[in-house]
Design a protein around this ligand. Structure first.
Ligand code: PMP
Length: 368
């Protein structure tokens, strides 16, 4: 079930020794650790020891905190099966390394997150549809069921049951990518698909990029027992561990009494961006495109009523000062032309109207 390269994967002896080297009473001649007393102490609130090398799996306190959150979602995710990632993009790379050889059938949604496609293609995956899973036609199934990138769509509980059943029946690894779960603009009834995977193989991942700060580059994953250890070994060989300063900053944030209010405030803020964006779309794109207001996440997904390849519009649009993502980039196979992905969280509200008007004018000119 794993990729061929995993046969050559060995645990790092140095990482194994370092895991016990800082026990009280241990005299360690083992690692190449700087003397902790030489580490910079540029902030009174940051203990220099967080600037020392740390465990590959991530700092225990942060893993405990993430484990508590994932367990509350219904996942089987004790802290010893939680790993901190250098961004959830790293989780995609590690999962691909673990599972994909040249030609490995890999099931994805169509459209799906383009940087996941980039990774799967890099490892030589043969991309197939999620409908291939039940018949055993895929080794792994990558899905973003909750406020998908790019469509903003949230899969129904029935659709979640179907994918989990198909994975369990065929021994396919479920890889659930869930960075947008907390950005829900209405109550979210859907539990992660991975909660339905007991007895099967699964990876579930999330990110602190959308809820806290992308520049810290922190995400996390939990996985079934069969996959977890090789994932940690792969992480060792990639970057030893994620930034401990970032981990410390995130831990302080998510453990602070104000965290739930911060999350709620963020959701209100983004809903407050989504709704006027929807109104501006109504003003400028009526008749030009169709869309649904996304129930969560960060994107509107537009279907043009007269489809043209939107990649051909991009250069002129950029010249006129408006950037968007051509929808064609998100397709694993032959793209369905005539879609745009528009992010609504970042642009200043004062610019949204002008930007959408410019884009709509460009589309009308092209159609004429
Ligand atoms: N997965 C999905 C579906 C995403 O949309 C993104 C970011 N756009 C990522 C993973 C990567 O996020 P990060 O590495 O910042 O956690």
């Amino acid at each position: 079930m794993l990729s061929e390269r995993i046969e050559r994967l060995r645990p790092s002896p140095i990482r194994r020794i370092l895991a016990v080297a800082d026990r009280p009473g241990m005299v360690s001649f083992a690692g190449g650790l700087p003397a902790t007393e030489t580490l910079p102490s540029w902030s009174a609130s940051v203990d220099p020891s967080v600037l020392q090398y740390g465990p590959s799996q991530g700092d225990a306190v942060l893993r405990e905190a993430v484990s508590a959150q994932l367990t509350a979602l219904g996942l089987d995710a004790p802290a010893d099966r939680v790993m901190i990632l250098s961004g959830s993009q790293q989780g995609i790379d590690l999962a691909a390394k673990l599972l994909i050889d040249a030609g490995t059938p890999t099931a994805v949604e169509s459209p799906t997150y383009l940087a996941a496609l980039q990774v799967f293609r890099l490892y030589g995956a043969r991309l197939v549809g999620l409908d291939q899973v039940g018949g055993g036609g895929a080794r792994l199934a990558y899905a973003i069921p909750t406020f998908a990138n790019p469509t903003g769509r949230c899969a129904s509980p029935a659709e979640r049951d179907t994918l989990a059943d198909a994975c369990l029946r065929s021994g396919t690894v479920l890889f659930e990518d869930d960075p947008y779960r907390d950005l829900a603009y209405a109550p979210l009834p859907a539990t992660p698909i991975a909660t339905r995977m007991r007895g099967g193989s699964w990876i579930y991942q999330g990110s602190f990029s959308k809820t806290f700060a992308p520049g810290l580059r922190l995400g996390f994953l939990a996985a079934s027992e069969d996959l977890f250890t090789p994932l940690v070994m792969l992480k060792e060989s990639v970057d030893l561990h994620s930034s401990r300063l970032s981990q410390r900053i995130v831990l302080d944030a998510i453990e602070s009494p104000g965290w739930p209010a911060r999350l709620a405030g963020l959701v209100d803020f983004y809903r407050g961006r989504r709704d006027p964006f929807a109104a501006a779309l109504d003003r400028h794109f009526a008749g030009l495109a169709e869309w649904e207001t996304p129930p969560g996440g960060l994107f509107f997904w537009l279907r043009l009523t007269s489809p043209i390849d939107t990649r051909t519009l991009l250069d002129e649009s950029l010249r006129r000062g408006v950037a968007f993502m051509p929808g064609e980039e998100f397709y694993p196979g032959e793209p369905e032309v005539g879609h745009l992905r528009l992010n609504f969280s970042h642009a200043a509200p004062a610019d949204v109207d002008r930007g959408l008007a410019t884009l709509a004018d460009l589309l009308r000119e092209q159609a004429a």
